[in-house]
Design a protein around this ligand. Structure first.
Ligand code: GLP
Length: 241
């Protein structure tokens, strides 16, 4: 894993967006794996700016999001569908039919949705560049500690710490989901290239364990060290001191 440490969050976001933009220019019909959370927000803003000011073209780009809460329909304001529309898709020239996010709608057959989603990723030819954040407990997408490195898209129960962290996004604590659909660790490792982003002191311990602890299912992000083309961009705040 190559590690780049930036002085601040803004530089992290610019470096991440520059890497994604270069990949799109090299392969205009690229397939991207996309994360949610606070960490990638600056990268999305910078990609939107590059679309506006530098004609970065998303018209042939395909995207697969990494995860979605189970029990939230795509029009739910706290769903990752809503996040992606509000924070990114509505501001660039991406075709709606080229964007893919697991459907966590209540009442749907979630296991069938997981199989459909994994098949759709495979059917697209696979993910060329997957961008992923990290949870304070070392999770990637919603692969919590203990997830098998051979896991594929599936329904998972969220860790207590993950539910606690999600509370800040759910007004009145109302109906915070306790499970999710996530692509698996094997699905992530199948991507041709991976970009890991980490910012904030709350991530420092998870980052340190990811980079230095023995590779183990107790630190899901440590699986990334098994991949031959991973770049981690951290800012100073995410470094352990
Ligand atoms: C959620 C997402 C993860 C994300 C993590 C960290 O758990 N499912 O994909 O990496 O949050 O989020 P943040 O960037 O807000 O710290």
């Amino acid at each position: 894993m190559r590690v780049l440490v930036t002085p601040d969050y803004r530089t992290l976001s610019e470096e991440a967006a520059a890497l994604v933009a270069r990949a799109i220019r090299a392969k205009p019909d690229i397939t991207l794996g996309l994360p949610t959370g606070n960490t990638p927000l600056g990268m999305y803003e910078e990609l939107i700016r590059r679309h506006r000011d530098e004609s970065l073209d998303f018209s042939r780009v395909q995207t697969f999001n990494l995860d979605e809460y189970l029990g939230l329909a795509p029009d739910h304001p706290q769903s990752y569908h809503a996040y992606m529309r509000d924070r990114f898709f509505d501001h660039v020239n991406i075709a709606a039919e080229n964007t893919h996010i697991p459907d966590g709608s209540p009442g749907r057959d979630a296991d069938a949705e997981c199989r459909r989603y994994e098949d759709a990723i495979r059917g697209s030819g696979g993910i060329d560049l997957l961008i992923v954040g990290i949870g304070a407990n070392g999770h990637i997408a919603f692969n919590e500690p203990g997830s098998s490195f051979e896991s594929h898209t599936r329904v998972v129960t969220l860790a207590t710490q993950t539910i606690e962290n999600a509370k800040r996004h759910f007004p009145n604590d109302a109906n915070i989901p306790t499970s999710a659909i996530t692509i698996g660790i094997r699905t992530i490792l199948n991507a041709r290239r991976i970009l890991l982003l980490a910012s904030d002191p709350s991530k420092a311990e998870a980052v340190e364990r990811t980079l230095r602890d023995p590779i183990s299912e107790s630190v899901p992000a440590s699986a990334l060290r098994l991949h031959s083309d991973v770049i981690a961009i951290l800012d100073e705040s995410a470094r352990q001191r």
